[in-house]
Design a protein around this ligand. Structure first.
Ligand SMILES: Cc1ncc(COP(=O)(O)O)c(C=O)c1O
Length: 485
């Protein structure tokens, strides 16, 4: 039996038997439980740990495990309705009201209901994660001298060095700060660069989690369209002129959601336009390590071509590992680095040292390049399987671009398709997909779906997921008379 299910089963059995003991009474020894239930000592200790966490038993080291005394009655529920008024009152004085809304982020983080195929995930399926290498790295990290001590506030020097080498150009370890995942690095960057009430230029469409950060900080996201070559420079220049914005957030490589790569011709233009506007470019380099096997040479991070400190670079290890491997970097040069450092320390102190040590162990192990090579091959296969299944079964959907990196396909729906209806019908048919609407800071240009091919178990699940999506489209188009044919 799987370890976690045997823990749950044993915890259930013990829970059901607790009435046999009086409050404060002693439970049988761990040894006795091992013999009676024929499970390992680890399973017994984890099951008892679970009951202790539920407050049903207490453990006294050296004495044993005892049934807990009954709790005193819970306090009566109070009246929290005053909070509604309090939480809204401050917006009266704000130029751009802060709106804290996690729905855009949760769409890619929440686990789908059992049996539902996850085309809306934002991370690698567990079968693609380097679970053994991460576990080994964490174990080795825990044994490193000083692993539980306080790390240097900016991060472990060797880890900063590793990220700096990955960025390239003239960036040095001294210009890198270790942060807790891309989301937190983006939050720090936006808070450092744009005061509340000001505009921030964003690609359109773009990552809803970044729009959520901007709105929660009281910023006004202003969309600038992207095409297959990335953001459109003339429109970027016009947006800077019209808004006076001092920040542009950009994903030059395998943009979320379109998969676009900023073209070689546009890269210097974007830097020049931002420089002339006196603005920063926040470069969210979120999937550089999820390049596909058949990709050509990748463009370097934009920051490596920027000597003047225009670019604030964000990159994270989560996408190539696991959402829980929350280690990332913020890199910048010039006085802005001090601002970023101060905000990072005030808001977060530092990234837990064991995780930083584990990151160093992981990226320094022979398993790391092996893992990246394996993922590159798997992602290419899954991407091809999904694109082929979509072309065969859903030719009505527009697939303008098949990227050579990342984990996303961005599909245009036939005019008149109601995204929300389709997403609901898909879920009923057993496949979770992301609607396009949250990816637009303002009115969307059309209806879209975003599909992930990395968060599923493999090609068979992809084919089945597309079959279910076809059924959902038939249901929605059949009722509206659109799309089919
Ligand atoms: C474009 C983009 N940037 C940043 C992130 C944040 O990722 P993390 O905080 O796990 O590094 C995500 C997650 O989906 C993303 O899609």
């Amino acid at each position: 039996m799987h370890e976690s299910s045997s823990v749950a089963e044993l915890a259930n059995r013990l829970r059901g038997e607790l009435d046999r003991y009086s409050p404060g009474g002693k439970l049988p020894s761990s040894r006795a439980l091992v013999d009676r239930f024929r499970v390992s000592p680890v399973t017994v200790s984890r099951a008892l740990g679970q009951l202790a966490a539920e407050g049903l038993v207490v453990t006294r080291p050296g004495a044993g495990v005892f049934r807990a005394e009954p709790q005193t009655a819970a306090a009566p529920a109070g009246d929290t309705s005053w909070q509604e008024v309090s939480l809204s009152a401050d917006t009266a004085t704000e130029l751009v009201p802060r709106a804290v809304d996690a729905s855009g982020v949760l769409a890619t983080l929440a686990a789908p209901p059992p049996g539902v195929i996850e085309f809306n995930g934002g991370y690698l399926h567990p079968s693609l994660q380097p679970e053994r290498a991460m576990a080994a790295a964490l174990a080795r990290a825990g044994r490193r001298p000083g692993a539980w001590g306080r790390p240097p506030m900016d991060g472990l020097p060797e880890l900063r060095e590793w990220f700096a080498r990955g960025i390239g150009g003239a960036i040095t370890a001294a210009e890198v700060l270790i942060t807790a995942g891309g989301q937190s690095a983006l939050t720090t960057a936006l808070r450092a660069l744009a005061p509340p009430g000001t505009p921030v230029l964003v690609e359109s469409p773009t990552y809803p989690g970044m729009l959520a950060i901007a709105r929660a900080a009281g910023l006004r996201p202003v969309p600038v369209p992207v095409d297959v070559d990335g953001v459109r420079p003339q429109l970027l220049a016009a947006a800077f002129k019209a808004t006076g914005a001092r920040v542009f957030v950009c994903q030059p490589l395998f943009q979320n959601p379109t998969g676009a790569v900023l073209s070689a011709a546009r890269r210097p233009e974007v830097l020049r336009i931002a420089r002339e506007a006196g603005a920063f470019v926040v470069e969210d380099d979120f999937v550089r390590r999820l390049v596909h096997e058949d990709a050509g040479p990748l463009p370097r991070p934009l920051q490596s071509e920027d000597p003047d400190g225009v670019v604030v670079h964000v990159c994270s290890l989560t996408k190539a590992t696991s959402p829980s491997f929350r280690v990332s970097a913020l890199a910048a040069r010039g006085p802005v680095l001090e601002r970023l450092r101060a905000i990072q320390i005030v808001d977060h102190f530092f990234v837990p040292r064991p995780l930083q040590e584990a990151a160093l162990e992981l990226v320094g192990s022979p398993a790391w390049p092996r893992h990246l090579r394996q993922v590159a091959g798997e992602l290419k296969d899954r991407r091809d399987a999904m694109a082929a299944a979509l072309r065969l079964r859903l030719p009505e959907l527009g697939l303008p671009h098949v990227p050579a990196g990342g984990y996303l396909l961005w599909l245009r729906l036939p005019d008149g398709t109601n995204e929300a209806d389709l997403v609901g019908a898909a879920l009923r048919a057993g496949v979770a997909v992301a609607p396009g609407r949250p990816y637009f800071a303002a009115e969307p240009t059309a209806a879209y779906l975003r599909l992930s091919f990395a968060s599923v178990a493999g090609a068979t699940e992809i084919t089945e997921g597309v079959r279910r999506l076809r059924a959902a489209c038939d249901e929605v188009w059949g009722s509206s008379g659109r799309g089919a044919g």
